[in-house]
Design a protein. Structure first.
Length: 185
């Protein structure tokens, strides 16, 4: 998250106001979402409009929204909240462009199981983050985690080997990036 905030500041200039940073981050989010939409359309065409791809896209949109709701809750009421939300949408969309390439359209039960290491690290980071947030934020975190799991399971049901590991690593990094106060892990 801090890296994204610094990138936004550099894009807008070191002396940018918060309003200018909000505008820059909104533009970056819009550009990333456009790239994600194009990647989805390409994958959809390649997969002949496979229902699993469509369903995983719907679940991903819910997962992204709930993850960004959680990120926003960490700075709710602050002038930085719009930028944090925009940066979350941009980062999630950028990750989705990469991850959508894992979809094959063919059933693959092996792809649904994350590696032991990635699952353990994810659980560790999630557990630590749970300890740092308020009860309301914890509920948002739990909701975003459930949406992520639904998305991951659907997306990886018809994907390349290693899909669940890749998506779990992406989610773990997203959780780390949510916390702006510095590393807690």
């Amino acid at each position: 998250m801090i890296a994204l905030l610094l990138a936004a500041a550099l894009q807008c200039g070191a002396n940018a106001t918060q309003m200018e940073l909000d505008e820059c981050s909104a533009n970056a989010a819009q550009q990333a979402q456009s790239r994600e939409a194009i990647a989805y359309l390409v994958a959809e065409r390649r997969a002949n409009a496979n229902i699993h791809l469509l369903h995983s896209e719907v679940l991903w949109l819910d997962a992204r929204s709930s993850a960004c709701d959680f990120d926003r809750s960490l700075v709710e009421g602050g002038s930085i909240a719009p930028m944090v939300t925009n940066d979350c949408y941009a980062a999630a969309s950028t990750s989705r462009v990469r991850d959508i390439g894992l979809f094959t359209g063919k059933a693959n039960p092996r792809a649904m199981i994350p590696s032991t290491h990635s699952a353990a690290e994810h659980e560790r980071i999630y557990g630590l983050l749970e300890l740092l947030v308020t009860p309301q934020q914890r509920r948002l975190l739990a909701t975003s985690e459930q949406f992520f799991l639904w998305y991951r399971d659907e997306a990886c049901s018809h994907a390349k080997d290693g899909c669940a590991t890749a998506l779990t690593l992406t989610r773990t990094q997203q959780l780390k990036d949510s916390w702006m106060a510095g590393p807690f892990w």
